[in-house]
Design a protein around this ligand. Structure first.
Ligand code: AQP
Length: 335
Protein backbone atom coordinates (compact mmCIF):
# COMPACT_ATOMS: atom_id res chain seq x y z
CA UNK A 1 0.00 0.00 0.00
CA UNK A 2 1.29 3.49 -0.89
CA UNK A 3 2.42 5.54 2.10
CA UNK A 4 0.07 8.31 3.14
CA UNK A 5 1.09 11.86 2.30
CA UNK A 6 2.00 13.97 5.28
CA UNK A 7 0.03 16.98 6.48
CA UNK A 8 1.38 19.60 8.90
CA UNK A 9 -0.35 22.64 10.38
CA UNK A 10 -0.63 24.70 13.56
CA UNK A 11 -2.32 27.55 15.40
CA UNK A 12 -0.65 30.14 17.62
CA UNK A 13 -1.73 30.20 21.28
CA UNK A 14 -2.59 33.89 21.13
CA UNK A 15 -6.08 35.12 22.05
CA UNK A 16 -9.23 33.04 21.87
CA UNK A 17 -9.64 30.62 18.98
CA UNK A 18 -12.48 31.70 16.71
CA UNK A 19 -14.76 30.37 14.01
CA UNK A 20 -12.26 31.50 11.32
CA UNK A 21 -9.53 29.31 12.85
CA UNK A 22 -12.06 26.46 12.98
CA UNK A 23 -13.48 26.53 9.45
CA UNK A 24 -10.29 27.82 7.81
CA UNK A 25 -7.97 25.32 9.47
CA UNK A 26 -8.93 22.93 12.29
CA UNK A 27 -12.15 21.58 10.74
CA UNK A 28 -10.35 20.52 7.59
CA UNK A 29 -7.58 18.92 9.68
CA UNK A 30 -10.20 16.84 11.49
CA UNK A 31 -12.27 16.04 8.39
CA UNK A 32 -9.25 14.72 6.44
CA UNK A 33 -7.51 12.82 9.23
CA UNK A 34 -7.97 9.36 7.74
CA UNK A 35 -6.51 10.32 4.39
CA UNK A 36 -3.14 11.62 5.65
CA UNK A 37 -0.30 11.13 8.11
CA UNK A 38 -1.10 14.18 10.27
CA UNK A 39 1.10 16.38 12.42
CA UNK A 40 -0.60 19.22 14.30
CA UNK A 41 1.42 21.54 16.44
CA UNK A 42 0.55 24.35 18.85
CA UNK A 43 3.00 26.91 17.48
CA UNK A 44 3.98 28.51 20.77
CA UNK A 45 7.35 29.78 19.47
CA UNK A 46 5.41 31.89 16.97
CA UNK A 47 3.32 33.37 19.76
CA UNK A 48 6.32 35.17 21.28
CA UNK A 49 7.09 37.11 18.09
CA UNK A 50 5.13 39.97 19.67
CA UNK A 51 6.60 39.68 23.20
CA UNK A 52 4.62 42.69 24.48
CA UNK A 53 1.50 40.52 24.23
CA UNK A 54 2.95 37.66 26.29
CA UNK A 55 1.89 37.26 29.91
CA UNK A 56 3.83 34.14 31.02
CA UNK A 57 1.04 32.71 33.20
CA UNK A 58 -1.68 33.21 30.62
CA UNK A 59 0.60 32.01 27.84
CA UNK A 60 1.14 28.67 29.58
CA UNK A 61 -2.61 28.19 30.08
CA UNK A 62 -3.37 29.32 26.52
CA UNK A 63 -0.95 26.79 25.00
CA UNK A 64 -2.70 23.95 26.85
CA UNK A 65 -6.13 25.40 25.96
CA UNK A 66 -5.30 25.35 22.25
CA UNK A 67 -4.01 21.77 22.48
CA UNK A 68 -7.23 20.74 24.29
CA UNK A 69 -9.28 22.51 21.62
CA UNK A 70 -7.53 20.55 18.87
CA UNK A 71 -8.71 17.33 20.51
CA UNK A 72 -12.14 18.77 21.30
CA UNK A 73 -12.58 19.72 17.62
CA UNK A 74 -12.06 16.08 16.66
CA UNK A 75 -8.32 15.65 16.28
CA UNK A 76 -7.81 12.05 17.33
CA UNK A 77 -4.41 11.37 18.94
CA UNK A 78 -4.54 7.81 17.58
CA UNK A 79 -4.61 9.23 14.05
CA UNK A 80 -2.68 12.48 14.46
CA UNK A 81 0.49 13.61 16.22
CA UNK A 82 -0.25 16.58 18.49
CA UNK A 83 2.47 18.50 20.37
CA UNK A 84 3.82 21.88 21.45
CA UNK A 85 6.34 23.38 19.03
CA UNK A 86 8.74 24.43 21.81
CA UNK A 87 9.02 20.81 22.97
CA UNK A 88 10.85 19.88 19.76
CA UNK A 89 14.13 21.82 19.69
CA UNK A 90 14.71 21.00 16.02
CA UNK A 91 12.23 23.76 15.04
CA UNK A 92 14.57 26.45 16.38
CA UNK A 93 17.73 24.92 14.91
CA UNK A 94 16.09 24.40 11.52
CA UNK A 95 14.97 28.03 11.56
CA UNK A 96 18.62 29.09 12.10
CA UNK A 97 19.88 27.01 9.19
CA UNK A 98 17.11 28.38 6.95
CA UNK A 99 17.72 31.94 8.17
CA UNK A 100 21.20 31.81 6.78
CA UNK A 101 19.85 30.95 3.34
CA UNK A 102 16.93 33.43 3.32
CA UNK A 103 17.39 36.73 1.45
CA UNK A 104 16.30 39.58 3.71
CA UNK A 105 14.27 41.13 0.88
CA UNK A 106 11.97 38.11 0.82
CA UNK A 107 11.05 38.79 4.44
CA UNK A 108 10.43 42.51 4.01
CA UNK A 109 7.92 41.70 1.27
CA UNK A 110 5.65 39.61 3.51
CA UNK A 111 2.25 41.30 3.85
CA UNK A 112 1.64 39.92 7.35
CA UNK A 113 4.90 41.48 8.56
CA UNK A 114 4.02 44.82 6.96
CA UNK A 115 0.54 44.76 8.52
CA UNK A 116 1.75 43.81 11.99
CA UNK A 117 4.91 45.90 12.12
CA UNK A 118 3.39 49.02 10.56
CA UNK A 119 5.78 51.89 11.09
CA UNK A 120 6.93 50.61 14.50
CA UNK A 121 10.72 50.43 14.33
CA UNK A 122 11.06 48.62 17.65
CA UNK A 123 9.35 45.40 16.51
CA UNK A 124 11.36 42.30 17.34
CA UNK A 125 13.47 40.46 14.79
CA UNK A 126 11.29 37.41 15.46
CA UNK A 127 8.30 39.07 13.81
CA UNK A 128 10.29 39.61 10.61
CA UNK A 129 11.60 36.07 10.88
CA UNK A 130 8.16 34.48 11.44
CA UNK A 131 7.94 33.02 7.90
CA UNK A 132 11.33 31.31 8.29
CA UNK A 133 10.22 29.59 11.51
CA UNK A 134 7.00 28.60 9.75
CA UNK A 135 9.03 27.19 6.85
CA UNK A 136 11.16 25.27 9.36
CA UNK A 137 8.01 23.81 10.97
CA UNK A 138 6.72 22.57 7.63
CA UNK A 139 9.97 21.40 6.04
CA UNK A 140 11.15 19.46 9.11
CA UNK A 141 8.38 16.92 8.59
CA UNK A 142 8.81 16.38 4.83
CA UNK A 143 5.30 17.80 4.61
CA UNK A 144 3.31 17.36 1.40
CA UNK A 145 0.24 19.44 2.25
CA UNK A 146 -0.42 22.36 4.60
CA UNK A 147 -4.09 22.95 5.46
CA UNK A 148 -4.44 26.66 6.29
CA UNK A 149 -6.70 29.65 5.77
CA UNK A 150 -6.12 31.97 2.82
CA UNK A 151 -4.11 34.47 4.87
CA UNK A 152 -1.25 31.96 5.09
CA UNK A 153 -0.97 31.42 1.33
CA UNK A 154 1.94 33.84 0.95
CA UNK A 155 3.86 32.12 3.76
CA UNK A 156 3.44 28.73 2.05
CA UNK A 157 4.69 30.19 -1.23
CA UNK A 158 7.67 31.57 0.70
CA UNK A 159 8.28 28.08 2.17
CA UNK A 160 8.21 26.52 -1.29
CA UNK A 161 10.67 29.09 -2.68
CA UNK A 162 12.98 28.66 0.28
CA UNK A 163 12.95 24.85 0.04
CA UNK A 164 13.79 25.11 -3.66
CA UNK A 165 16.66 27.48 -2.89
CA UNK A 166 18.09 25.15 -0.23
CA UNK A 167 17.78 22.15 -2.54
CA UNK A 168 19.63 24.04 -5.29
CA UNK A 169 22.38 25.31 -2.99
CA UNK A 170 22.87 22.04 -1.10
CA UNK A 171 22.22 18.95 -3.22
CA UNK A 172 21.18 16.08 -1.00
CA UNK A 173 19.04 18.27 1.28
CA UNK A 174 16.03 16.98 -0.65
CA UNK A 175 13.50 19.13 1.17
CA UNK A 176 9.95 18.26 0.16
CA UNK A 177 8.15 21.12 -1.59
CA UNK A 178 4.79 21.49 0.19
CA UNK A 179 1.42 22.41 -1.34
CA UNK A 180 -1.08 24.66 0.43
CA UNK A 181 -4.48 23.09 1.16
CA UNK A 182 -6.98 25.92 1.29
CA UNK A 183 -10.63 25.00 1.83
CA UNK A 184 -13.07 25.86 -1.01
CA UNK A 185 -15.35 27.71 1.45
CA UNK A 186 -14.47 29.38 4.75
CA UNK A 187 -10.86 30.11 3.80
CA UNK A 188 -11.22 33.74 4.83
CA UNK A 189 -13.90 34.35 7.44
CA UNK A 190 -14.48 38.05 7.90
CA UNK A 191 -15.26 40.02 11.06
CA UNK A 192 -18.98 40.00 11.90
CA UNK A 193 -18.79 43.65 12.93
CA UNK A 194 -16.79 44.64 9.85
CA UNK A 195 -16.79 42.29 6.84
CA UNK A 196 -13.88 44.19 5.25
CA UNK A 197 -11.39 42.81 7.82
CA UNK A 198 -10.44 39.21 8.49
CA UNK A 199 -11.89 37.68 11.66
CA UNK A 200 -8.89 37.84 13.93
CA UNK A 201 -7.89 36.76 17.42
CA UNK A 202 -6.33 40.09 18.32
CA UNK A 203 -9.32 42.19 17.22
CA UNK A 204 -11.66 39.70 18.95
CA UNK A 205 -9.86 40.39 22.25
CA UNK A 206 -10.89 44.04 22.25
CA UNK A 207 -14.04 44.30 20.11
CA UNK A 208 -17.30 42.61 21.10
CA UNK A 209 -19.25 41.19 18.17
CA UNK A 210 -16.16 40.87 15.95
CA UNK A 211 -15.62 37.13 16.28
CA UNK A 212 -17.21 33.99 17.66
CA UNK A 213 -14.97 32.11 20.07
CA UNK A 214 -15.04 28.31 20.03
CA UNK A 215 -15.91 28.41 23.73
CA UNK A 216 -18.57 31.14 23.48
CA UNK A 217 -21.98 30.43 25.06
CA UNK A 218 -25.02 30.09 22.72
CA UNK A 219 -26.32 33.51 23.86
CA UNK A 220 -23.06 35.20 22.83
CA UNK A 221 -23.10 33.41 19.47
CA UNK A 222 -26.67 34.54 18.87
CA UNK A 223 -25.93 38.14 19.76
CA UNK A 224 -22.88 38.33 17.49
CA UNK A 225 -24.62 36.79 14.46
CA UNK A 226 -27.93 38.63 14.84
CA UNK A 227 -26.08 41.95 14.98
CA UNK A 228 -23.64 41.07 12.16
CA UNK A 229 -23.21 43.89 9.67
CA UNK A 230 -25.15 43.38 6.42
CA UNK A 231 -26.55 45.69 3.74
CA UNK A 232 -30.13 46.85 3.31
CA UNK A 233 -31.05 44.45 0.47
CA UNK A 234 -32.38 40.91 0.52
CA UNK A 235 -30.09 39.28 -2.08
CA UNK A 236 -28.93 36.17 -0.26
CA UNK A 237 -27.05 34.97 -3.35
CA UNK A 238 -23.41 33.96 -3.32
CA UNK A 239 -22.42 35.97 -6.41
CA UNK A 240 -24.48 39.09 -5.74
CA UNK A 241 -24.33 39.48 -1.97
CA UNK A 242 -22.44 42.33 -0.29
CA UNK A 243 -19.41 41.27 1.84
CA UNK A 244 -21.35 40.96 5.13
CA UNK A 245 -24.05 38.69 3.71
CA UNK A 246 -21.51 36.73 1.70
CA UNK A 247 -19.60 36.04 4.93
CA UNK A 248 -22.77 34.64 6.55
CA UNK A 249 -23.56 32.55 3.46
CA UNK A 250 -20.02 31.13 3.36
CA UNK A 251 -20.21 30.15 7.02
CA UNK A 252 -23.62 28.58 6.48
CA UNK A 253 -22.28 26.62 3.50
CA UNK A 254 -19.37 25.14 5.46
CA UNK A 255 -21.32 24.32 8.58
CA UNK A 256 -24.54 23.03 7.00
CA UNK A 257 -22.76 21.01 4.31
CA UNK A 258 -25.51 22.09 1.86
CA UNK A 259 -24.88 23.12 -1.75
CA UNK A 260 -25.09 26.75 -2.82
CA UNK A 261 -28.22 26.31 -4.93
CA UNK A 262 -30.17 24.82 -2.03
CA UNK A 263 -28.97 27.60 0.28
CA UNK A 264 -29.98 30.34 -2.15
CA UNK A 265 -33.39 28.73 -2.67
CA UNK A 266 -33.91 28.65 1.09
CA UNK A 267 -32.96 32.25 1.87
CA UNK A 268 -33.25 34.40 -1.24
CA UNK A 269 -35.76 37.24 -1.04
CA UNK A 270 -36.54 36.59 2.66
CA UNK A 271 -34.60 39.40 4.32
CA UNK A 272 -31.47 38.43 6.20
CA UNK A 273 -33.15 37.55 9.52
CA UNK A 274 -33.94 34.01 8.44
CA UNK A 275 -30.35 33.38 7.29
CA UNK A 276 -28.97 34.77 10.53
CA UNK A 277 -31.27 32.62 12.69
CA UNK A 278 -30.40 29.49 10.70
CA UNK A 279 -26.69 30.29 11.00
CA UNK A 280 -27.00 30.70 14.78
CA UNK A 281 -28.45 27.17 14.92
CA UNK A 282 -25.63 25.77 12.79
CA UNK A 283 -22.89 27.45 14.81
CA UNK A 284 -24.38 26.46 18.19
CA UNK A 285 -24.80 22.87 16.98
CA UNK A 286 -21.17 22.79 15.73
CA UNK A 287 -19.75 24.23 18.95
CA UNK A 288 -21.79 22.20 21.44
CA UNK A 289 -19.84 18.91 21.10
CA UNK A 290 -16.55 20.85 21.01
CA UNK A 291 -17.39 22.57 24.29
CA UNK A 292 -18.56 19.35 25.96
CA UNK A 293 -15.36 17.52 25.00
CA UNK A 294 -13.26 20.53 26.00
CA UNK A 295 -14.83 20.52 29.49
CA UNK A 296 -14.03 16.79 29.84
CA UNK A 297 -10.42 17.36 28.77
CA UNK A 298 -9.84 20.22 31.21
CA UNK A 299 -10.93 17.78 33.94
CA UNK A 300 -8.05 15.45 33.03
CA UNK A 301 -4.90 17.58 32.54
CA UNK A 302 -2.60 14.55 32.95
CA UNK A 303 -4.20 12.91 29.93
CA UNK A 304 -3.60 16.01 27.79
CA UNK A 305 0.02 16.28 28.93
CA UNK A 306 0.63 12.62 28.14
CA UNK A 307 -0.73 13.11 24.60
CA UNK A 308 1.55 16.13 24.13
CA UNK A 309 4.59 14.23 25.41
CA UNK A 310 3.96 11.25 23.14
CA UNK A 311 3.33 13.62 20.22
CA UNK A 312 6.61 15.48 20.84
CA UNK A 313 8.50 12.20 20.99
CA UNK A 314 7.22 11.06 17.61
CA UNK A 315 7.73 14.53 16.10
CA UNK A 316 11.31 14.66 17.38
CA UNK A 317 12.12 11.39 15.63
CA UNK A 318 10.95 12.67 12.24
CA UNK A 319 12.40 16.15 12.70
CA UNK A 320 15.84 14.85 13.73
CA UNK A 321 16.08 12.73 10.57
CA UNK A 322 15.30 15.68 8.25
CA UNK A 323 17.63 17.92 10.22
CA UNK A 324 20.47 15.40 9.97
CA UNK A 325 19.93 15.20 6.18
CA UNK A 326 20.18 18.99 5.84
CA UNK A 327 23.20 19.24 8.17
CA UNK A 328 24.95 16.55 6.14
CA UNK A 329 24.11 18.26 2.84
CA UNK A 330 25.51 21.53 4.23
CA UNK A 331 28.70 19.84 5.34
CA UNK A 332 28.41 19.86 9.12
CA UNK A 333 30.44 17.22 10.98
CA UNK A 334 28.06 14.56 12.32
CA UNK A 335 27.90 14.59 16.15
N1 AQP B 1 -10.48 34.69 9.56
C1 AQP B 1 -9.97 33.53 9.21
N2 AQP B 1 -10.61 32.77 8.27
C2 AQP B 1 -10.08 31.57 7.90
N3 AQP B 1 -8.95 31.05 8.43
C3 AQP B 1 -8.30 31.78 9.36
N4 AQP B 1 -7.17 31.56 10.08
C4 AQP B 1 -6.95 32.61 10.90
N5 AQP B 1 -7.90 33.53 10.75
C5 AQP B 1 -8.77 33.05 9.80
C6 AQP B 1 -6.38 30.35 9.97
O1 AQP B 1 -6.23 29.78 11.26
C7 AQP B 1 -4.96 29.14 11.35
C8 AQP B 1 -4.26 29.58 12.59
O2 AQP B 1 -4.05 30.97 12.61
P1 AQP B 1 -2.84 31.55 13.46
O3 AQP B 1 -3.08 31.43 14.88
O4 AQP B 1 -1.61 30.91 13.01
O5 AQP B 1 -2.67 32.93 12.96
P2 AQP B 1 -3.42 34.20 12.71
O6 AQP B 1 -3.69 34.23 11.26
O7 AQP B 1 -2.50 35.18 13.25
O8 AQP B 1 -4.77 34.19 13.54
P3 AQP B 1 -5.51 35.50 13.84
O9 AQP B 1 -6.80 35.09 14.38
O10 AQP B 1 -5.53 36.39 12.65
O11 AQP B 1 -4.60 36.14 14.98
P4 AQP B 1 -3.98 37.60 15.03
O12 AQP B 1 -5.10 38.46 15.38
O13 AQP B 1 -2.98 37.49 16.15
O14 AQP B 1 -3.35 37.91 13.71
C9 AQP B 1 -4.20 29.49 10.07
O15 AQP B 1 -4.30 28.37 9.19
C10 AQP B 1 -4.95 30.65 9.52
O16 AQP B 1 -4.88 30.71 8.11
Amino acid sequence: MAQKQRVFSGVQPTGKLHLGNYVGAIKQWADNQDAYDNIFCVVDLHAVTIPENVDPKQFRAKSLEVAALYLACGIDPDKSTVFLQSHVAEHSEMAWLLNCVTPLGWLYRMTQFKAKAGSNESVGTGLLDYPVLMAADILLYDTHRVPVGEDQKQHIEFTRDLAQRVNNMFPGADLVIPEPMIPPAGARVMGLDDPMVKMSKSIGETKKGHSIGLLDAPGTVKKAIMSAQTDSGNEARFDHAGPGVRNLLDLYEVLSGQGREAIEAEFHGQGYGKLKKALVEQVVAALEPVQTRYAELTGSPDYLLSILRQGAERARGIAATTQARLRDAMGFVAP
